[in-house]
Each structure stands twice: as structure tokens, then as C-alpha cells.
Design a protein around this ligand. Structure first.
Ligand code: NAD
Ligand code: GLY
Length: 363
């Protein structure tokens, strides 16, 4: 097992990474006070892992809330389902919420924990690859609004994160690939060596080779922990973690949540960000081609944006992105593989060219 630390002073916490962690009761013991434990999961993950997790928390487990699966249910109704349960059961401020599931469950349960009685403790047990490498770490919690992705939320850190890589064996292959988009992101933003390793090891990774998977989850969590420790509330460097997300979130919102997987829109968004970077003269052609090739060929991810979103729609949605300032869209762009930057002054014509181009490479 590897233990990493998210260094946030009094709110620091460990990330435990390894296989069969869900059988190790010692890991969660230090986080159990006198409060009752409420496990929040969904109708897909609960049948697979709820027994194991109830057992992990032993007598502290009090009850469970089972949400409906899917990005389309990541909304205030789901949060309200948790509030209803907590209030009806007279759960007090010592209650601990355990989020058992992918990024959707983690974001919803984390937001409920952040807001119930002004904040109760919570533990993340991420079960998807995306959640293990990204969403369970760093304390971004929240839900979607019909008009914008993740528009309602709070920064609220968990007590600990338990990433048991064994559970990835039941994750559908399409979801593994979607998680890999966020993995590739870490290589692109600041770790060219990792990007090269991912390219070389893609076959083993897709076959869930245990050594590769644990190394990969560790590298991603290490990178995220370092960035979050430096910039918890995203006033600076943390925004780099949004590479591909400005375009991606617009696609998710415009197509109705759930048509594409979140990771798939991040892959498309990263190809679009590479295209825009190339048009600006930041990224050379061969790197732009390589990025697209690794996403599309090595990891079988989509890179083409859907054809039915107009330029005006993109611009409208992107200008209400959380990184936008006074309606001005800020983009995460690439000045090379492993070198992401934040840019606000992008010429409209170049942006339009990227948005209008179906095949994302201007050669
Ligand atoms: P998800 O939570 O929908 O999980 C993907 C699918 O896999 C779901 O059907 C889920 O029920 C199922 N599943 C999860 N674990 C499983 C397992 N072990 N075996 C079988 N099935 C399993 O999607 P996701 O990709 O995990 O997360 C995407 C969400 O995360 C998006 O809403 C995105 O906005 C959010 N996100 C948040 C952050 C953050 O920092 N908070 C970062 C990145 C993404
Ligand atoms: N996924 C982006 C962040 O956590 O900041």
C-alpha cells in the first residue's frame, strides 16, 4: 500500500492506494469518532461493494443512501435525497458520510457533507478510475445545473481517501478509458515523462496490469495532491487541472448530461485545446498530432467534438465556465507536452477556427 498526503495544514489528509484496502479495517479506524456512519452509494456500485464497506466500518455503519446512477442524476434532487435521510434519521454533527462510488457519487455526497448542518465529516472511497486518479482528491464537491456543469458546489476536503485498485476489475471498459483521459491530462500539464510512459504502456494499462495501474494511480494522486496543497481554492495553478474541461464542460452541458462520459468530453476538449494551442503557435504540429494519436489510437478515446453544437452555443456556455472572469473565457493551453499555461486573451477568429474544425488538426 502507498500512502500519500494532501498537505493542507489542519485539513491535511491521507490518500491510501493499494489492492484489497476495503478489507483492512485498521485504515478507517482512526477516523471513526462517536458519530454514526452513513454510506452513500448508487444502484450499480452498492450491489458490488456495499457489504464489504459496511463490514469495513463495522458497528459504526448506521444506514445507507442509494442514489440513482448517472451524470444526469448529479443534481440538487440527489443532494436532497441525502438531506431527507439525514434529517429524518436525526443525524447530528458527528455523523460521517462515506462516499462509495465514482466521481458522481463522490461529488454529490461530498457536497451533502459540506452543507449538512454547515459541514460534517466525510470519507471518499472512489471506485472508478477517474475518481481514484482525480475527483476523490482535492475537495471539489458539487452538482450540475441544467445551464452549466458543476455550477453548484463547495471546496470541502475529506478525512481520507481509500483507493482500492482491486475494484477497477468490475468497472466497464468504456469507463476505464474515460478515466484514462484524466490520466493523460496529468502527463500533458506538467509531466512529459509520464506522458511518454503512458504511450509506451497503453496496452498493459488497458488490460489493467496491476503494476501499471497502481503506479499510474500513485503518480496522478501525487501530482494532484501537490497542486491542491499549493492552491486549494483554484486561484492559480490548480486551474491547470482543467485542461480540456472548458471545451469538455460545454459539450457535456450542450448535449445533455450523460450522452458522453465526462472523461470522453475531457479527451475531446484536450484535442481541441491542442488544436487551439497549435493555431496560436504555442504547440508544434508533431506534438499536436502525438496528443491526438495517444488519445485516439492508444486509448481509444473520442477526439472529435459533436457536429451539432454551434460556435455561438460553445461561446455562450464557455463564458459562464467557472474559470471565466467578467465573461472573458480563460483557457488552459499547451506550450509543449508537459507544459500547460492559463490564457485569457485568445483572438476570437482563432477560437472560432478551432470550434468550427471537425478534424481538429490544422496541418
Ligand atoms: P461515475 O461516477 O458516473 O462512474 C462511472 C460509472 O461506473 C457509473 O455507472 C458508476 O456507477 C460505475 N462504477 C463506478 N465504480 C464502479 C466499479 N468499481 N464497478 C462497476 N461500476 C462502477 O463517473 P466518473 O467517471 O467516476 O466521474 C465523473 C464525474 O466526476 C463527473 O460528474 C465529473 O464532473 C466529476 N469530476 C469531479 C472532479 C472533482 O475534482 N471533484 C474531478 C473530475 C471529475
Ligand atoms: N479536476 C480539477 C480539479 O480538481 O481541480
Amino acid at each position: 500500500m502507498q500512502t500519500l498526503n494532501v498537505d493542507l495544514g489542519k485539513r491535511s489528509y491521507p490518500i491510501f492506494i493499494g489492492s484489497n484496502l476495503l478489507e483492512n479495517k485498521n485504515l478507517v479506524q482512526p477516523y471513526l469518532g462517536k458519530g454514526r456512519v452513513v454510506i452513500v452509494s448508487n444502484n450499480i456500485v452498492a450491489p458490488l461493494y456495499l457489504d464489504l464497506v459496511e463490514n469495513l466500518f463495522g458497528d459504526s455503519t448506521s444506514s445507507t443512501v442509494i442514489l440513482q446512477d448517472g451524470e444526469e442524476h448529479k443534481n440538487l434532487l440527489a443532494v436532497n435525497q441525502i438531506y431527507d435521510h439525514l434529517i429524518a434519521g436525526k443525524y447530528d454533527r458527528n455523523t460521517i458520510i462515506v462516499a462509495l462510488g465514482g466521481g458522481v457519487v463522490g461529488d454529490i455526497a461530498g457536497f451533502a457533507a459540506a452543507t449538512y448542518q454547515r459541514g460534517i465529516k466525510f470519507i471518499q472511497i472512489p471506485t472508478s478510475l477517474l475518481a481514484q486518479v482525480d475527483s476523490s482528491v482535492g475537495g471539489k464537491t458539487g452538482v450540475n445545473h441544467q445551464l452549466g456543469k458543476n455550477m453548484i458546489g463547495a471546496f470541502y476536503q475529506p478525512q481520507c481517501v481509500l483507493a482500492d485498485t482491486e475494484v477497477l476489475k468490475t468497472l466497464p471498459h468504456r469507463e476505464i478509458k474515460a478515466g484514462l483521459a484524466e490520466v493523460v491530462k496529468y502527463g500533458l500539464i506538467n509531466n512529459a515523462e509520464f506522458f511518454t510512459w503512458l504511450e509506451k504502456k497503453s496496452e498493459e494499462i488497458l488490460k489493467l496490469d496491476a503494476t501499471c495501474i497502481s503506479k499510474m494511480v500513485e503518480i496522478c494522486c501525487e501530482s494532484k495532491a501537490a497542486i491542491v496543497s499549493q492552491d486549494e481554492k483554484e486561484v492559480g495553478a490548480r486551474a491547470l487541472l482543467n485542461l480540456g474541461h472548458t471545451f469538455g464542460h460545454a459539450i457535456e452541458t450542450a448535449t445533455g448530461y450523460g450522452k458522453f462520459l465526462h472523461g470522453e468530453t475531457v479527451a475531446i476538449g484536450m484535442a481541441m485545446a491542442a488544436d487551439l494551442s497549435k493555431r496560436l503557435g504555442y504547440l508544434n504540429s508533431s506534438d499536436a498530432i502525438k496528443i491526438r494519436r495517444v488519445l485516439e489510437d492508444n486509448f481509444d478515446l473520442p477526439v472529435e467534438p459533436p457536429s451539432n453544437i454551434t460556435v455561438d452555443k460553445y461561446i455562450d456556455l464557455m463564458s459562464s465556465d467557472k474559470k471565466a472572469e467578467l465573461g472573458k473565457i480563460r483557457f488552459i493551453l499547451l506550450k509543449g507536452i508537459g507544459h500547460a499555461v492559463i490564457e485569457g486573451n485568445i483572438r476570437r477568429e482563432l477560437l472560432k477556427e478551432t470550434l468550427e474544425t471537425r478534424s481538429q488538426l490544422c496541418m
